[in-house]
Design a protein around this ligand. Structure first.
Ligand code: SAM
Length: 472
């Protein structure tokens, strides 16, 4: 049976206003301001002839030039990746130390994931005595004491200081789930959304228990729900700030409120960054998995809608806000998740642990042999996963305006120096001023039919030059 969300019917008019695509002028103004404030000179966001907005070059770019570094609006690390990498919950930079990264991963792999595993009790450095004779490349069990010493940074690995990482800063609400690379990242995340989504004592959620249930459900089903919760929390916090400013202004000017719908106009303003993203309902735009028969498509889409409803019900229990009720409608929730589904870019940050072991491997003999004696057991214990990078998904406000081409002018590509979660877009070939900056949403080297099948998931058929030539 189809689930019904009462908020959808109660606030249908406001929901329709929130989901109305912004006018070309509103788009232009919003992105001009964003580009100026983020100093992303060299690009412009403008309407395309055929498919909504797009990004255009406002200067010439040579091949491999940096076109854009785009700061994410919302991002999450995949829950399955949290054992592998300890990163800042705001900028996704690796934190702690090489020792902490390795020790924590081995500890969590071996013993589950106790909550206090990041507490850095003692920082005294002691010399490491390696006493095992095992040199097998298979996954190798280290004594617990070695792992714990490493995790608590009581043990210094040779040359690890050549790969310094920022210290671990706790979450302001004390949740022991979010960690940061700096106080400014901790504050920025708290202000953006984490104050509402924190499960620690300082949480501003309605119920920490309900919030934990929501997070657990997202971890078990789809972490895109965590991203949607961030988007909603951020809009609520922005709304509250706008309301405080509005009330101050009213008091200053001795204005009595005549109209009752000022709250909605403030909510509409707070929603603006999300209003700019291309959206469809999640259960309508999600790709049909290979193992679902076309004749079961309707039932599949109904199940996805039901899943979103389940998640929303849990979120409502945890953070619902009476002044922002339209945000808790299934219609808005479905569109926010659909926006992430259609626009998100993989969040990838290279691991300093990989760099560390590569450095050790490159040391000249006989030094390498001496150092290997110490580091090899850790490498063996980590196994093939030693180089796993930070992985997640994120919504980027400017990159998400880039349209697809199978012969793109640019590509998302991290350089060695790009060590946080920002999107890096490089020119794939020289780009002239005024030319559209396109990226490929898929592997553009696939055969024509496979490309079109993959792009069908984004709701369009590609008509780029390469596709036109290959279609015949
Ligand atoms: C990431 S958004 C790109 C920005 C989008 N044009 C907008 O107005 O926000 C992806 C969506 O843009 C449209 N799009 C992107 N590239 C396209 C192409 N080559 N042909 C047709 N539509 C395209 C599709 O609707 C797609 O789902």
């Amino acid at each position: 049976m189809e689930v019904v969300c009462p908020i959808d019917a109660q606030f249908s008019e406001q929901i329709a206003v929130l989901l109305e695509p912004p006018s070309p002028l509103q788009v232009q103004e919003y992105f001009d301001e964003l580009i100026t404030s983020k100093q992303c000179n060299g690009i412009q966001v403008k309407p395309t002839n055929d498919y909504g907005k797009g990004v255009y070059a406002d200067m010439e770019f040579e091949e491999d030039d940096l076109v854009l570094k785009d700061q994410m609006l919302f991002g999450v690390q995949h829950s399955s990746n949290k054992i592998d990498c300890l990163v800042c919950s705001f900028c996704f930079r690796f934190i702690g130390s090489i020792e902490l990264q390795i020790g924590r991963k081995l500890y969590l792999q071996g013993l589950g994931s106790p909550k206090d595993c990041f507490d850095l009790a003692s920082k005294d450095q002691i010399e490491f005595q390696h006493c095992s004779s095992t040199t097998s490349r298979n996954r190798f069990q280290l004594p617990n004491e070695s792992i714990e010493s490493l995790m608590h940074e009581n043990l210094a690995l040779p040359y690890s200081k050549k790969f310094p990482l920022p210290s671990v800063i706790d979450c302001l609400g004390g949740c022991k789930e979010a960690y940061y690379c700096s106080k400014s990242c901790a504050h920025a995340d708290w202000e953006l959304c984490h104050s509402i989504l924190c499960t620690g004592d300082g949480s501003k959620s309605l119920s920490k228990k309900a919030l934990s249930r929501f997070i657990e459900h997202a971890n078990e089903t789809n972490d895109i729900f965590l991203l949607a919760a961030k988007a909603i929390s951020s809009t609520i916090l922005k709304y509250r700030k706008l309301k405080v400013a509005h009330n101050k202004e009213k008091e200053k000017n001795h204005i009595a409120e005549v109209l009752g719908n000022h709250n909605f106009s403030l909510l509409f303003k707070a929603w603006k960054p999300l209003s700019m993203g291309y959206k469809r309902r999640w259960w309508e735009c999600i790709a049909l998995p290979d193992d679902v028969d076309a004749c079961d498509e309707a039932a599949f889409r109904m199940q996805i809608r039901q899943l979103a409803f389940e998640s929303l019900e849990l979120l409502k229990e945890a953070i619902i806000n009476e002044e922002c009720l339209p945000l808790f409608s299934l219609e808005i929730y479905g569109h926010i998740i659909g926006m992430f589904e259609l626009n998100n870019l993989d969040l990838v940050v290279a691991s300093p642990v990989e760099d560390y072991f590569l450095y050790i491997d490159d040391l000249p003999e006989p030094e390498k042999k001496e150092v290997d004696e110490i580091t090899q057991p850790f490498l063996d214990a980590l196994g093939e996963d030693y180089s796993v990078c930070c992985q997640g998904t994120a919504f980027f406000p400017l990159q998400s305006c880039m349209n697809h081409s199978c012969c793109p002018t640019a590509k998302a590509f991290k350089r060695d120096e790009d060590r946080d979660g920002q999107a890096t877009i490089l020119a794939s070939r020289p780009i002239k001023k005024g030319e559209e900056i396109t990226i490929s949403y898929i592997d553009e080297d696939l055969p024509f039919n496979e490309r079109q099948a993959l792009l069908a998931d984004y709701g369009f058929r590609c008509k780029c030059l390469k596709c036109i030539q290959e279609e015949t």
